[in-house]
Ligand binder design. Structure first.
Ligand code: SME
Length: 172
């Protein structure tokens, strides 16, 4: 009986789901709230990035890749993600991720084929949103979302993922 109770408690603890009828900004509010709850009290950055990548995947439709690149010794190195295997190291200023990391600015790319230097990891990707994760004004990682749909991401997505990045920046 006690074992059953523990299992039920664990199931509920990780049972986050988007409201299918909620307006998109509210979906992001819920995503940020779920991410804060998941990383709360957990000091391991890999565990936290893995859970946040899983949450993004669960909350946002039409993605084929969602995850992190971490800034390590002046370059981006692949972190926890969901999607196909991806390129492991990206130089600052290279591709969409490297541009976001070098400028500290989110990159919302409607058509990756029109982005100079775009790095194609999955041929299915058509559009991309990359948001820097800043801690004390320094880029420590980027959150990268790819979609098989051209023009998938807009200002609502950028603001939502920026809020997510701010909420988890001390935990990754
Ligand atoms: N397209 C990215 C590379 C990373 S993959 O999309 C996972 C870029 O141009 O930086």
């Amino acid at each position: 009986m006690r074992q059953l109770h523990l299992q039920l408690t664990l199931a509920a603890m990780y049972d986050f789901a988007p409201d299918p009828d909620a307006p998109r900004p509210e979906v992001y509010d819920d995503l940020v709230g779920a991410a804060k709850a998941l990383v709360s009290g957990e000091p391991d950055p890999v565990a936290n990035m893995a859970n946040v990548a899983a949450l993004i995947w669960q909350f946002l439709p039409e993605l084929n890749w969602a995850g992190f690149y971490r800034m390590l010794e002046g370059e981006l190195v692949l972190g926890p993600f969901i999607g196909k295997p991806a390129c492991i190291r990206i130089a600052l200023g290279s591709g969409v991720c490297g541009t976001a990391a070098a400028t500290g600015q989110s990159q919302c790319v409607a058509d990756v084929h029109a982005f100079p230097g775009h790095i194609a990891c999955d041929a299915a990707s058509q559009s991309e949103l990359v948001v820097p994760v800043l801690r004390d004004g320094v880029v420590i990682a980027v959150i990268d979302l790819d979609s098989p749909v051209t023009g998938r991401f807009d200002a609502v997505d950028a603001a939502g993922i920026e809020a997510l990045a701010a909420a988890i920046s001390q935990a990754v």
